[in-house]
Ligand binder design. Structure first.
Ligand SMILES: Cc1cc2nc3c(=O)[nH]c(=O)nc-3n(C[C@H](O)[C@H](O)[C@H](O)COP(=O)(O)O)c2cc1C
Length: 204
């Protein structure tokens, strides 16, 4: 039997519903039909930690950036900046921070706390949450294009600051590895572990 492409694999609804069963999510979730494109996307997404050498076209990188730009932020203050690392020189610098699983593109997402909305009641700053929303747009847009992605928060921010003076004044929260998954890229066992709907949420 011919090997399935990555796109064919991620759009395999049977597998998605098997995953839901495996995760022992509540009955009505496993019976969900995943009728909309977004539900398919959300169910099929997983962290990809294995990439081919195939480059990601700059047009795609720019499209991802443009979709990320549309992300909502608190009070629309947009305190977030994204650096797309694409050149061999920039990737070499990045690899001193993290190998990014060999991905050909890495988006760095940072924010400026002093430009973000602050809740008056308790002083909570929205910068990090805003960065996470922008990062989510990047990841889901990349996945929608048939690319794989991995969030990376486990890195030394001091090294990022030293190697990327371009980020001065920003706190970099996430590195997002993006690329074409290898044929054997699969979700880890951890991916399947999901809280039940009851544990995860409360309808009041
Ligand atoms: C904010 C955030 C930070 C993460 N940081 C890392 C990381 O540093 N290294 C890594 O291998 N995976 C990282 N991950 C991936 C998670 O481990 C992964 O999303 C989780 O285990 C669920 O698996 P799944 O994405 O395949 O569903 C991160 C994910 C998120 C959302």
């Amino acid at each position: 039997m011919a090997k399935k492409t990555f796109l064919e694999r991620i759009s395999d609804l049977t597998k998605i519903s098997q995953r839901a069963n495996f995760a022992k999510v509540d009955k009505h979730i496993s019976e969900l039909k995943y009728e909309t494109h977004f539900e398919d996307l959300a169910a099929a997404r997983f962290t990809c930690r294995s990439y081919t050498d195939r480059p990601v076209r700059l047009a795609k990188v720019n499209k991802i950036l443009d979709v990320a730009r549309l992300a909502p932020t608190a009070a629309n203050l947009q305190p977030v900046h994204v650096w797309a690392i694409t050149t061999p020189e920039a990737l070499e610098r990045l690899h001193k921070v993290h190998d990014a699983f060999g991905a050909p593109v890495v988006f760095m997402v940072g924010s400026k706390a002093e430009e973000a909305w602050v809740r008056s009641f308790d002083g909570k700053n929205a910068a990090d949450g805003d960065a996470a929303i922008v990062a989510t747009h990047i990841m889901l847009e990349a996945f929608d294009m048939g690319l794989g992605g991995a969030w990376i928060a486990s890195f030394d921010p001091a090294k990022v600051a030293e190697l990327f003076p371009e980020t001065a004044g920003y706190e970099v929260s996430f590195l997002l590895a993006i690329g074409h998954p290898t044929d054997d890229a699969e979700p880890t066992a951890r991916h399947y572990v999901r809280k039940s709907l009851e544990e995860f949420s409360t309808v009041l």
